[in-house]
Design a binder for this molecule. Sequence first.
Ligand SMILES: Nc1ncnc2c1ncn2[C@@H]1O[C@H](COP(=O)(O)OP(=O)(O)OP(=O)(O)O)[C@@H](O)[C@H]1O
Ligand SMILES: [Mg+2]
Length: 276
Amino acid sequence: MTAAGEARGDAPNGEALVGGTVNAGAVFRQGSVVDRPAPRTAPALHTHLRALRRHGFEGAPLPVRLTSDGREQLTFVPGEVALPPFPSWALTEPALASVGKLLRRLHEASAAVPVDTRADWPRDLADPEGGTLLCHNDVCPDNVVFRDGRAVTLIDFDLAAPGRPLWDVAMAARYWIPMLDPASAAALYPGGPLDVPLRLRVLADSYGLSARERVELPHVVEQATEVCRSFVAARVAEGDTVYRRMLAERGGWDRWARIQRWLTRERRTFTAVLQP
Ligand SMILES: Nc1ncnc2c1ncn2[C@@H]1O[C@H](COP(=O)(O)OP(=O)(O)OP(=O)(O)O)[C@@H](O)[C@H]1O
Ligand SMILES: [Mg+2]
């Protein structure tokens, strides 16, 4: 188990926080504040996060300020963040249901906040079909703070972009079910095999997916998987050493092909279990 905010090393910038990949080694805690590289959309994102709070959503950090050297400061959220290999406390059904409910509350608040259409929202993990709601797009365990076994806060909105709410549910499903073939899942979720159909149902029910979204979800998970694969391919092509190492350690492109074959093969099972 990893406590978010635990000291990871002494640095002049504060305590280094581990858990991220993109900004590994560049995220620091300074007391009640987290100091990290600002995404290019930070001005629009900060406005959005403040508006979410005004609409009663407390499940995201509050922006504190942008610094002159291209960094941003946000409130530090006390709690625990699950890092791979994912611990069993993050994989209980109540934990999963709490993620579904938190995402629902994010979307309800987000629906009330118009997206800044002038911002250059990143396409990296964005819904290829677009949409009107600002989605988080990266609801992986490393980006969710838990307290007492329940998800309380989503962090790291760097890849937020407009999309369908269902896109965020599909992205969350990839990590939290997880939507991985058994061999791929065993490597990252060592606590024993997880009941994928049952967990899909828990996520759908806790989020409150509509009948139509339930029909669409298995296909959208396949779309999201393709987008994630392209994301990794782009990082690897750029020569990103962290993504190169991660890809090699986890089984290379064969693993991605295996996951995609498994999703296609199991599509009917997922569709059936999701029906209301
Ligand atoms: N506001 C916060 N409150 C508490 N913990 C935080 C906060 N921001 C970041 N952390 C901790 O620091 C870790 C890394 O932060 P962050 O997600 O910003 O890094 P990243 O490299 O941008 O991540 P990713 O690879 O998902 O893009 C998180 O997993 C979490 O443990
Ligand atoms: Mg992160």
